[in-house]
Ligand binder design. Structure first.
Ligand code: CUA
Length: 389
C-alpha cells in the first residue's frame, strides 16, 4: 500500500487514517535512514582516502607523479604551457569559489530567520554602483582567463620559426590506428612515432575517415584530426623516454584501442633510427620467411605496403620495418609472436573491429579481416614479419 516516491504520494491520497499515520512514520524513518546514509558515505570516503595511501592512483601521485598520461606532469615546453594555463585558471576559479562560498555562508547565517525578528528584510532596488561593479568585475576576470587561454591555443599550433629547425611529421588518423609520415626523410610508419629531444616537432594532422584526436598528454595538447582538413600542433620532449597517448575523440568500435607511443631519443639515436627507416625492406629468399613473403603477396598486399616491393597499398599500416616496432594494432598489443599469431588467426578477437564492412575499392577499412590462414601460413607469416627490421 505504501510505496515510495511518486506512487506513494498518489496512493496516500486514497489511504485510510491508519495508513496515513504509517506514512508519517515512514517519512520520519526515511529522514533517519537518509542521515544514516550520509554518515555511511562520509565514513566510506574517509576509509577510501585512508586506503589510498599505497595506491598508485591516489591523487597525490596523480598530481605529482609517474602516471604515463598525466598532463599535469609535462615533459616538454608545449605541454608545460598547457599545464601552466590549467593551474592559472584553477587558482582564479579557486579564489572565486572561496570568496563566493564564504559570502554565501555568511549571509545564510547572518540573515537566518530568528524568533522575535520580523520576517521581511529591508528590500533594495536599483543600486547603480553595485550593478556596475558586478558587471565589470566578472568581465575583467573572464578577460584575465580568456587572453592567456586564446594566446596559448594559437601559440601551440603556430608554425615554428625556420631557425628552430623543427621536425615535421604528417599524422593521419585511421579507424583505428595512426599513420606517421616523415616528409624530410621520405618514409611512413604506424602507431609509434620517434622524435628527437630538445627539438620542436611540428605535426600536420588529418584523417582518412572520421574525426580522431591526437593526444600525448605529457608532450602537447589535444588536436583533432579532421577528414578533408589540415590542423597543426607543436610537441617537444625535453628528455628521452617513452610517452603514451591515445585517440581522444570517439571514432567508432576500437576508439579505446587507438593509442600511440612516442619515443623521444637523443638527436644521434633519432638520426640512426630515421636512417634505418628509410631503407627498403630486405626480402628473405629462403626458409619459412620466404614462404611467408609468398603468402603475404597473395593475402596482405591489397591493404599493406612494404617499401621497395610491389606492396604499395596505403589502406592499412605500412609494415616496412614492422619488426622494429614495440607494438601493433593501434599500439594496443605488444609486438610478440603470441599476439601476432592470435591476430593472424582472428584479428577481431583482440580488438573490436568491423572488417565485414571493408570496401577496398572505396578505400574504406574498418579493421583487418580473418583471412582463414592455416597454422602453417601463420607461422610462415610471423617468420617473414620478424625479418622486417
Ligand atoms: Cu580515433 Cu578515437
Amino acid at each position: 500500500m505504501i510505496a515510495s516516491g511518486h506512487a506513494g504520494v498518489v496512493s496516500i491520497l486514497a489511504a485510510s487514517p491508519e495508513d496515513q499515520e504509517l506514512f508519517v512514520v515512514e517519512r520520519q524513518m526515511n529522514g533517519a535512514s537518509r542521515r544514516r546514509s550520509v554518515v555511511m558515505i562520509v565514513l566510506a570516503a574517509l576509509a577510501l582516502a585512508a586506503c589510498a595511501g599505497d595506491d598508485p592512483t591516489n591523487l597525490a601521485r596523480v598530481v605529482g607523479g609517474d602516471v604515463p598520461q598525466n598532463s599535469l606532469n609535462p615533459a616538454g615546453p608545449t605541454a608545460a604551457k598547457v599545464d601552466s594555463l590549467f593551474w592559472m585558471v584553477l587558482w582564479i576559479a579557486t579564489v572565486i569559489f572561496v570568496l563566493v562560498t564564504v559570502a554565501l555562508v555568511f549571509v545564510v547565517f547572518r540573515f537566518r530567520e530568528r524568533k522575535g525578528r520580523s520576517r521581511t528584510v529591508r528590500q533594495l532596488h536599483g543600486n547603480t554602483r553595485l550593478e556596475i561593479a558586478w558587471t565589470i568585475i566578472p568581465a575583467v576576470i573572464l578577460a584575465a582567463v580568456a587572453v592567456p587561454t586564446i594566446s596559448t591555443l594559437f601559440e601551440i599550433r603556430a608554425a615554428p620559426d625556420p631557425e628552430d629547425n623543427a621536425l615535421e611529421i604528417e599524422v593521419i588518423g585511421h579507424q583505428w590506428w595512426w599513420e606517421f609520415r616523415y616528409p624530410e626523410y621520405g618514409f611512413t610508419t604506424a602507431n609509434e612515432m620517434h622524435i628527437p629531444t630538445g627539438r620542436p616537432v611540428y605535426l600536420t594532422l588529418t584523417s582518412a575517415d572520421v574525426i580522431h584526436s591526437f593526444w600525448v598528454p605529457r608532450l602537447s595538447g589535444k588536436r583533432d584530426a579532421v577528414p578533408g582538413r589540415l590542423t597543426n600542433i607543436l610537441m617537444e620532449a625535453d628528455e628521452p623516454g617513452t610517452y603514451i597517448g591515445q585517440c581522444a575523440e570517439f571514432c567508432g568500435l576500437a576508439h579505446a584501442d587507438m593509442r600511440q607511443r612516442v619515443f623521444a631519443q637523443t638527436e644521434a639515436e633519432f638520426a640512426a633510427w630515421a636512417l634505418a627507416q628509410t631503407e627498403p625492406a630486405a626480402l628473405p629468399t629462403e626458409g619459412a620467411a620466404a614462404a611467408g613473403w609468398e603468402t603475404f603477396q597473395t593475402q596482405c598486399t591489397s591493404c599493406h605496403a612494404i617499401s621497395g616491393t610491389s606492396a604499395t597499398s596505403q589502406l592499412a599500416p605500412n609494415l616496412t620495418h614492422f619488426a622494429s616496432r614495440t607494438s601493433f594494432a593501434g599500439a594496443t598489443l605488444d609486438n610478440t609472436d603470441d599476439h601476432l599469431r592470435q591476430w593472424l588467426r582472428n584479428p577481431s578477437s583482440l580488438v573490436p573491429m568491423w572488417p565485414e564492412r571493408n570496401d577496398l575499392a572505396a578505400g574504406r577499412i574498418l579493421g583487418m579481416p580473418d583471412l582463414g590462414l592455416t597454422e602453417q601460413q601463420i607461422s610462415e607469416l610471423v617468420a617473414f614479419l620478424r625479418t622486417l627490421e
